[in-house]
Design a protein around this ligand. Structure first.
Ligand SMILES: NC(=O)c1ccc[n+]([C@@H]2O[C@H](COP(=O)([O-])OP(=O)(O)OC[C@H]3O[C@@H](n4cnc5c(N)ncnc54)[C@H](OP(=O)(O)O)[C@@H]3O)[C@@H](O)[C@H]2O)c1
Length: 324
């Protein structure tokens, strides 16, 4: 008689598990009883993940997507692999092509060779014809994944929000110091921000074969909002009035040119190119149920979550007041 494996027997390898979405995915897998192998470039820096699970449930190993042997080693005995590796700007050998295209292919080929299922996290906007190198490499990564493992599930989130997110924390921090905030592209780009907890739940559902195989899901929240509306909401939550100054794309690109010289650039020309396109779930994905709802989840609203982590940007003495 063959026994059905319990979650305790199940091992997942999470590439990029130390990142923002990664930490939430690790917690979600831990809650479902999985054993978790976090594959990261510097395992010694992944100790912060330990409290997310029971003693011995989570461990870190070394893997760099630019080195296929390290990728394959990290997969040994894993039932499923999750690829959360991504970069927002290029630095040296960390190019979009090496990390998000070839790197995604390396994970997929290793998973195909080992017979491991694969859940790949891409991004809404992935497009081989995009003007943005980030978006083109995400499309190339998806193609490499599907050609290595046809059954792989691909998840494309819109901008992800939650504690430690890049978007709201960054603009709230700017609002703390600056009298005005830039409305890149005049603030008209539309987004569908999705809660990191919902993305993590979708990743676990796909890993546990509760998603359709060989399918690209687009993950968005319950509301579509323009860049201007998102900044206005953030300012309301932190209780600060700030001028929103329209910055046309051409000027934003010029500014980004200079910012790219910083070691960790807050804006790049490639990101400005990304902002020229709306970042929302497509009507086709909605129709075909390739969404959070299609996976059985009701997406969480911004209003429900933003106050829980943006409170620290409020002026002293404002904490007690209602935020939104
Ligand atoms: N956050 C969003 O709003 C958003 C929206 C759409 C799509 N996504 C996608 O979702 C995924 C997760 O995003 P995130 O926000 O969690 O990103 P993140 O916080 O920047 O985490 C990225 C992870 O990738 C790892 N990494 C980078 N280069 C690597 C390499 N060469 N080999 C191995 N690991 C490497 C990083 O580890 P190190 O410490 O080694 O650098 C980190 O653990 C990415 O694919 C991203 O493109 C995110």
């Amino acid at each position: 008689m063959t026994e059905t494996p319990t979650s305790n027997d199940r091992l997942v390898t999470i590439y990029g598990g130390s990142g923002f979405v990664g930490r939430h995915a690790v917690r979600a897998f831990a809650q479902r009883g999985w054993r978790i192998r976090v594959a990261v470039r510097r395992p010694e820096l992944a100790f912060h993940l330990q409290p997310l699970g029971r003693v011995g449930q989570i461990h870190a190993v070394q893997a760099n997507l630019r080195y296929p042997d390290s990728v394959a080693r990290a997969l040994e005995d894993a039932e499923v692999a999750i690829n959360l590796v991504g970069i927002l700007y290029e630095r040296g050998r960390q190019s979009f092509e090496a990390v998000q295209a070839a790197g995604a292919g390396a994970v997929a080929k290793a998973a195909a060779a080992a017979g491991t299922r694969l859940v790949h996290v891409s991004a809404i906007g992935a497009d081989a014809r995009s003007a943005s190198g980030y978006a083109r490499s995400k499309a190339a990564g998806e193609k490499a994944v599907s050609s290595a493992i046809r059954e792989a599930v691909i998840l494309r989130p819109s901008v992800v929000f939650g504690q430690e997110d890049d978007f709201f924390n960054r603009f709230a921090e700017l609002a703390r110091w600056l009298p005005a905030l830039p409305l890149i592209g005049d603030g008209k780009t539309r987004f569908q921000p999705v809660f990191v907890g919902d993305v993590a739940a979708a990743i676990v559902a796909a890993a546990e074969e509760r998603a359709r195989p060989a399918t690209v899901y687009e993950l968005g929240g319950p509301e579509v909002k323009t860049f201007r509306e998102l900044l206005e909401l953030m300012l309301r939550v932190i209780g600060r009035g700030r001028l929103l100054v329209p910055l046309p794309f051409a000027l934003a690109r010029l500014q980004a040119f200079f910012l790219e010289f910083l070691p960790k650039p807050p804006l790049t020309r490639d990101q400005v190119r990304l902002l020229e396109r709306d970042n929302v779930v497509s009507p086709k994905a909605e129709r075909e149920g390739r969404t959070l709802k299609g996976l059985g989840f009701a997406p969480t609203s911004l209003e429900a979550i933003l106050p829980s982590y943006l409170w620290r940007f409020r002026k002293t003495g404002q904490y007690a007041r209602s935020a939104v």
